[in-house]
Structure formats: C-alpha cells, structure tokens
Design a protein around this ligand. Sequence first.
Ligand SMILES: Cc1ncc(COP(=O)(O)O)c(C=O)c1O
Length: 283
Amino acid sequence: MSPAPGDEVWVEHPCYPLTHAQLLLAKVRPHAIPVDAQGMIVNTGRRMAPRAGAVFVTPSHQFPTGVAMSMARRLELLAWARESGAFVVEDDYTSEFRYSGPPLASLQGLDDSERVIYVGTLNKALFPGLRIGYAVVPRALLQAFIGARYLIDRQPATLQQAVVSEFMGQGHFAAHIRRIRQLYREQRDALAETLTRRAAGKLDVTLPDQGMHLVAYLRDGSSDVEIEAAAQRAGIIVRAVSRFYRVARPRPGLMLGFSGFPRQLIVPAASRLATLVANRGAN
Ligand SMILES: Cc1ncc(COP(=O)(O)O)c(C=O)c1O
C-alpha cells in the first residue's frame, strides 16, 4: 500500500516545513507525531494514526532539533512499518556531515522487508543550486518512482550528473567531504563554545553529532521570535525554532547554521548574539 490523496501519514513534529507543504500538495493527511530526545515517538504515532500509509523522518539529524533517532526507536518504527505495510521515507539530508559519536545504521540498512525509501542529496555537500538528489527505493516502488520522475520534469539534467560522477571517480568528492567535515566541526565547536561562554545560564546549547546547524534553547522561555527579529536588526540571521511547531507548545530556541561562515565570522557574530540574549533576559 502506498499513500494516495486522503490517506493518513505521519510526519515529525516539529518538522522540515517543505516536507509538510509537499504532503499537503499531495493531498494526504499529515499527523504531527512528536519528537523527543530519541526521535519520533512511534507509540504516539501508533495511537494517533494506526492506519497511516507512510511516515516521513529525518533519523540521523532530526530537522530542526538535531536529535539522532535511537536504535530502539529505529527498530520500533521498522517493526510498525512491517506490521502495517506502511512505507518509511528516510530523509538523510546531511549524511556526509557526521562529526562525532558512533556511526548510525540507516533505517534503509536495517530494513529487511523493503519498507524504506532512502533519500539523500548532493546539494548540501556540493552546492545548493546543483539540484541532484538520489533515492534507494524498494523494488515494488521502482516503476512508480520512474513514472513520477518522468512526470515531474521528464528527465534529470545529465550534464551535471556526468560532471559529478567524474568528480567522484577522480576522488575529489571524498577529499572535499573530508576537508569540509573538519572545517564544519571546527565551526560548530567555535559557535557552541562562544555561545556557552558568553551566555551561560541563558542558553542550552546542543552539540549535534551531525548536520549543518545547532539549536540553542532559551532557558528562561523568552520569545525566540522576538530574538530572531532583534538578531536580524543586528545583522545576524537566526531562525526561531517555534516557527517549526504547529500543534504542541514549542520549546523556544534558536536554530543556528554553522556551515556557511568561517570561524572568524562565526565567533564575533555568536558573541553579539549572546550579548543580545543575555541583555534581553536582564530587561
Ligand atoms: C530536512 C531536509 N530535507 C531535505 C532537504 C532538501 O535539500 P535539497 O532540496 O537542497 O536537496 C533539506 C534542505 O535544507 C532539509 O533541511
């Protein structure tokens, strides 16, 4: 069974807004399943929408919280998919950027029942305008995927694919990933250290093992949307985590990207942000 208009699906809450928007475009009914420190709470999904035909997850770096789905939850989710005949869409959008922690087994690798559709992207590892992604799909869905791809824009641009293939074949992609992974790790650490040092007591800074952003939660419950606006006036782009919540009460926090800027820019910007947060709390 694969979802058709009107069918129920599970989506993480909070979640990547474009996933939610795509589901609405597909006219399915997304159920917001909360995420805790172990990832999507499968039991809640079972209770809220036991007949869902698909589930959309970001298990290696939950968007936006950065939580990695625990092994217990991975197995629970796969067991539910097997029992119910649902498909799991595993959006592994930052697969190349793992900095620390044990290697994660993908849902697709753990799945022995052909229930998982694994999707990845090269637009983050290379550049956003490249528009090359990839999917590993169960055999039963292959023809449907080929048909849908053809309907979307007939065929992908082959020139870019040939260039990327050559780039990979000559070892440049692997070297590039090794280099930027190291760089991003340093940038992540510089951001986290600066915020923690300058706004201790005000921010709970999470240090994700993977990904291109971290979340700094506001300890005193101040409005993340107000801080987002104040930061923007000070020339610092942050995203209020509460914007990604639609149902339950959000935990206010700031989503901070660390991949796009060198350490020399991140440290002063993080200091200014920390001062801004600390001063607001004092008012
Ligand atoms: C959770 C998540 N999934 C998928 C994507 C898709 O990335 P792209 O369309 O650039 O490949 C993004 C991009 O930010 C993302 O954050």
